[in-house]
Design a protein around this ligand. Sequence first.
Ligand SMILES: Nc1ncnc2c1ncn2[C@@H]1O[C@H](COP(=O)(O)OP(=O)(O)OP(=O)(O)O)[C@@H](O)[C@H]1O
Ligand SMILES: [Mg+2]
Length: 233
Amino acid sequence: MLEVRELLAGYGETQVIHGVDLAVREGQFHAILGRNGVGKTTTLKTIVGLLPAFGGEVVLQGNSIARRQPYDIARLGIGYVPETRDIFGSLSVTENLQLAARLAARRDRKWTIERVFEFFPNLANRRENGGNQLSGGEQQMLAIGRALVMNPTLLILDEPTEGLAPIVVRQIFDKLTELKREGMTMLLVEQNFHFATRLADTVSIFGRGQCVWTGTSEALRADAELHEKWLGV
Ligand SMILES: Nc1ncnc2c1ncn2[C@@H]1O[C@H](COP(=O)(O)OP(=O)(O)OP(=O)(O)O)[C@@H](O)[C@H]1O
Ligand SMILES: [Mg+2]
């Protein structure tokens, strides 16, 4: 589904990721773990076209996307849920979803705005409310719903549990489990080790701007040394 090869990227003159390799297979749930500042968000932003690649290759279903605009990449099938959520505070929940639905490519219409409201009943109750009136959890659900109405073939999420209460984290966990059961291909960046390893088929660990290990969730849970070296505080 997605192949990232030798990806180099950063900000201005400063290179932050130094040759990231990553392969996400169709129908897989792939998680990226790593300490703060190792380049997880930078990698995602480069994949979705919000940052220019200094070098390397990103291939989505056989199409090279490393030099394309974010809008094109979204239409080619990547749904992106940013760390900062980035919903429009002055627009209502429905309007936020309508805007995204309008940008979507007209291939699959599985995810309509109504289906997003069925999937997230909390959001349905808030449909006329402004984005800035939502709780953190509702904003996160809207950010996910907005990516879904674009009917992505690959859903990328950057720390969707950050700053949320345990009960809301549980709700997001259940929703990602449902999406996984439906066969959605997902790439998740997380700080929450248990959240990520319970969902993921495959985990990649990032350290200092590179992917330093890839394997199954089971293998990672069984390897205390690996955890200590790259994830321990
Ligand atoms: N807009 C920016 N301009 C310059 N440097 C940046 C910018 N954003 C991030 N960086 C730097 O790039 C490096 C990687 O940051 P990045 O946000 O990709 O890390 P991360 O792995 O997502 O961390 P976190 O777990 O804290 O979200 C850090 O050293 C950070 O200071
Ligand atoms: Mg980050």
